[in-house]
Design a protein around this ligand. Structure first.
Ligand code: AMP
Length: 545
């Protein structure tokens, strides 16, 4: 017997319709590529998304067609999110930090029909346009007055103007209804080997993730919040915030390309931002700027930090010096992305400060919808004792079961998705990432966590950033070394840094060497690229070997 409930598919268009009807005057503020601030409301966004949906139909975009974007976080990108998915087509967000060849590869692989581009990325599109086989229309996300001037021979010569498209349509448009399993968004993940692989989200997975992400023990979002997603809309849908914020009716503040410490702090204060989300590197820039300029936050209450391990020192600084609660979170492109968040349980009420910090240093416990376990090399489940570490496997309705067009074959292991991360899980269910499986340092048959060693290095007051990699050793197989960037003018020596490790780790985890550098390589998603670093350090020899 079926339940007697209305049969309504979970569709992304319902989020913007809801935000319009019930939070219609809530603001969406964007710092534009053009340099000024743009302000409007959820109601305006809904109107313009419907006009854009009509324009897309006129450009020939049909159900399931892929529509690409090369864009920052901004209101036009937000409208495209809703217009494309709401129409039953698929929004393919391309990471503009990829190399041109990678952009060409993924746009062709996705068979993108239309490409929307922010003014900043017009030069990139000029480079790649001739190689984009399926793209029929390029739309520059600006108004007529700011359209780029190009030569008649330029591949941008026939580019359309975003505001012209909107201008030409009215908003008499009803969002279509279709199966909630329909694909809605496509995001490529750059594996370190092989071609990038497309993760294809559905309306259902996106909606379930949007609900779960908003929960109190997840990101704790509310209609009373003003949220500034620093995490880009071009990578894993800005951690789902453009959806979750519409679901809650929270004010949105989009920073565009203005991600330096001063711009962010100015926006936090001007727009009374209460909550934000970003990767550790962005916060590093902001915290350094604020320290130098002796500034505080007047409204910011919490920030989500994930994408790579949040160094304990950063959690303490945010909380103790600025009164901002850190939500340490973990996830991945294949998980929409949210898997775990480090929030407390009832048993932590009244716990001492260090016990609470120990919880927050971990990547957290699963939000309902995600299940996880750790296994050994044979696939045997390991105990949740907080000590055993193994390959982390996950399952859930917003987790990938295969890549777009079957790229890379079947990724699942007995119905579980292998994350490629190595982790421990404690008896309370808190998971801690010790490494990417390919970055783990294998020394004398045992594993050393590079993340633990990096966290200690960056807790040193003179160190800005550090990467720990394993280097070949004739006896121990691999030994860890620290590659670190000093603060400008700092006099810290190798010996000082190694001394700083004493008493904090087992003796055999002690790094064999410290190398100071001016820069560390990062991936297109802002993570330390240890693959590149290992390449750069290929001629390095350990002392005394
Ligand atoms: P991506 O698919 O580019 O978002 O990268 C996902 C990967 O980033 C994960 O598999 C982890 O290796 C890493 N990651 C994400 N969040 C964290 C975190 N809080 N701590 C450590 N690693 C993280």
């Amino acid at each position: 017997m079926n339940g007697l409930m209305m049969d309504m598919p979970l569709l992304i268009s319902d989020l913007i319709r809801h935000a319009d009807r019930h939070h219609g005057d809530t603001e969406i503020v964007s710092k534009r590529v053009e340099g000024d601030f743009h302000r409007y409301t959820y109601r305006d966004a809904h109107t313009r998304s419907r006009r854009l949906a009509k324009a897309l139909a006129k450009l020939g975009v049909k159900m399931n067609d892929r529509v690409a974007t090369l864009a920052w976080n901004g209101y036009r990108h937000f409208e495209i999110y809703y217009a494309v998915a709401g129409s039953g087509a698929v929004i393919h967000t391309i990471n503009p930090r990829l190399f041109p060849e990678q952009v060409i590869y993924i746009a062709n692989h996705a068979e993108d029909k239309v490409l929307f581009v922010d003014l900043t990325f017009v030069p990139l599109v000029e480079k790649v346009a001739a190689s984009l086989k399926s793209v029929k229309h390029i739309v520059v996300m600006t108004d007529r007055a700011h359209m780029p001037t190009v030569t008649p021979a330029s591949p941008m010569a026939n580019a359309l103007c975003y505001e012209d498209l909107i201008e030409a349509e009215d908003d008499k448009f009803e969002w279509p209804t279709f199966d909630e399993k329909t694909a809605s968004c496509l995001c490529y993940t750059s594996g370190t080997t092989g071609n990038p692989k497309g993760v294809l989200y559905s309306h259902r997975s996106t909606m379930l993730h949007a609900y779960a992400a908003a929960l109190p023990d997840a990101l704790n979002l509310s209609a009373a919040d003003a949220i500034l997603p620093v995490v880009p809309m071009f990578h894993v849908n800005a951690w789902g915030l453009p959806y979750s914020c519409a679901l809650m009716g929270a004010k949105l503040v989009f920073p565009g390309q203005h991600l330096d410490g001063k711009s962010l702090h100015d926006m936090f204060e001007q727009e009374k931002v209460t909550m934000s989300a970003g990767v550790p590197t962005v916060w590093l820039g902001l915290l350094n700027y604020m320290k130098e300029a002796k500034l505080k936050f007047s409204t910011l209450k919490s920030t989500v930090i994930g994408g790579s391990a949040c160094p304990p020192a950063m959690i303490r600084t945010f909380q103790e010096e600025y009164g901002v609660k850190v939500l340490h979170a973990w996830g991945m492109t294949e998980m929409s992305p949210l898997g775990t968040v480090a929030t407390f349980k009832g048993k932590h009420t009244g716990a001492d400060k260090e016990t609470k910090y120990a919880v927050q240093y971990k990547q957290g416990r699963v939000i309902f919808g995600v299940d996880m376990k750790i296994v050994d090399a044979e696939g045997k489940t390991l105990p949740n004792d907080g000590k055993a570490f193994g390959d982390l496997l996950v399952k859930g309705p917003w987790i990938t079961n295969s890549y777009f067009k079957g790229e890379g074959g079947d990724p699942l292991r007995d119905g579980w998705f292998p994350t490629g991360d190595v982790a421990t899980i404690d008896p309370d269910g808190y998971m801690q990432i010790t490494d990417r499986s390919k970055d783990v340092i294998k020394s004398g048959g045992e594993w050393i966590s590079s993340i633990d060693l990096e966290n200690i290095a960056v807790a040193h007051p003179d160190i800005v950033e550090a990467a720990v990699i394993g280097v070949r050793h004739p006896k121990w197989d691999e030994r860890p070394i620290v590659v670190a960037i000093k603060k400008p003018g700092a006099k810290v020596t190798k010996e000082d840094l190694l001394k700083f490790y004493e008493g904090k780790i087992a003796k055999w985890w002690m790094p064999d060497d410290v190398v100071f550098v001016d820069q560390l390589p990062h991936t297109a998603t802002g993570k330390l690229s240890k693959l590149t670093l290992r390449g750069e350090m290929k001629d390095y020899k350990l002392p005394n070997t």
